[in-house]
Design a protein around this ligand. Structure first.
Ligand code: BJW
Ligand code: ZN
Length: 235
């Protein structure tokens, strides 16, 4: 399971480190449904600025190592709290995205959803991407919102179910680059430990999970994951 730290070496800010995404913003304003109802334009500007920054970043050695590890394992699941889509871009075929995907727009009035970066996907040209603030649904003219999960919202049911199933049957769980404070995602590592899995934390900082983890590899994901992959490949 990964968190924002796995994308840090790609140049994507984390949330809670210095210079993080929440800095300069109140979480209640840009990370809750109430904030969106109060000031949708502010929220759209926050997310569209993040989308524009993401156009210039690429998956790093940790994303690639995880995609490679999956190809070598009989049974492997990639659970991520990240919304940036970098695991899929690195070749992970079916990441379980617990907190949604920043490239999705979903309608607040009907069931319509669409990829915000459709032009970029179709043309491969980042400068062809345009992200209007406060876009409208083509089907019902309702307000679109970013397809992410905010505080106080339920995670997608199917994603939680897939994640729990994977965690319950796993022998080893790697917990990479997350502060392990946001639930229910953080609870998955505790569930794995309770079910007897060997839990490995990979993070330059200690977290509330560190005490419970069977091993703590203290360092950057982009350095530790390729080294770990090399050990697996040569064993
Ligand atoms: C590196 C590195 C490098 C740096 N290499 N590492 C049970 C107990 C307590 C509270 C709750 C609970 N159950 C629910 C709650 C409430 C709430 C919650 O958890 N609050 C806590 C903060 C107290 N949870 C929710 O509301 C969730 N919904 C829910 O539970 O629904 C049921 C319910 C509803 C109502 C009431 C009660 C229950 C929804 C959570 C949604 C989270 N959404 C966000 C925003 C997503 C959209 C967006 O991107 O804008 O998800 S918040 C933000 O935090 C984002 C992240 O996915 C998430 C986790 O952050 P992450 O990934 O851990 O990042 P950081 O920045 O915190 O940490 C980075 C780490 O990387 C650090 O440790 C660094 O050291 C490390 N690092 N460089 C490796 N190179
Ligand atoms: Zn609609």
């Amino acid at each position: 399971m990964t968190g924002a730290g796995v994308s840090a070496e790609s140049g994507v800010p984390t949330f809670r480190d210095a210079g993080g995404l929440w800095e300069g913003h109140r979480i209640e304003d840009v990370g809750t449904p109430e904030g969106f109802t109060r000031d949708p334009l502010l929220v759209w500007r926050f997310y569209n600025a993040r989308r524009r920054n993401l156009l210039d970043v690429a998956p790093n050695a940790a994303h690639h190592a995880l995609a490679n590890l999956e190809r070598r394992c009989r049974d492997f699941a990639l659970i991520t709290q990240n919304v940036d889509g970098l695991h899929a871009r690195a070749g992970t075929p079916n990441p379980i995205e617990l907190h949604g995907n920043i490239w999705l727009n979903t309608c607040t009035g009907c069931t319509h959803y669409e990829w915000a970066d459709a032009t970029w996907r179709a043309t491969g040209n980042p400068s062809a991407a345009s992200f209007p603030d406060d876009p409208r649904c083509p089907k019902c003219a309702g307000r679109l919102r970013p397809g992410v999960v905010w505080f106080g919202e339920m995670l997608p049911d199917w994603a939680v179910r897939r994640a729990e199933q994977a965690v319950c049957r796993c022998d080893v769980m790697l917990v990479i680059g997350t502060s392990a404070v946001v639930y229910p995602a953080a609870g998955l590592a505790h569930l794995a430990a309770a079910r007897g899995a060997f839990v490995v934390e990979i993070n330059p900082q200690r977290t509330p999970l560190s005490k419970e983890a069977d091993a703590v590899l203290s360092g950057k994901a982009g350095e530790i994951m390729p080294a770990l992959l090399q050990r697996v490949a040569s064993s």
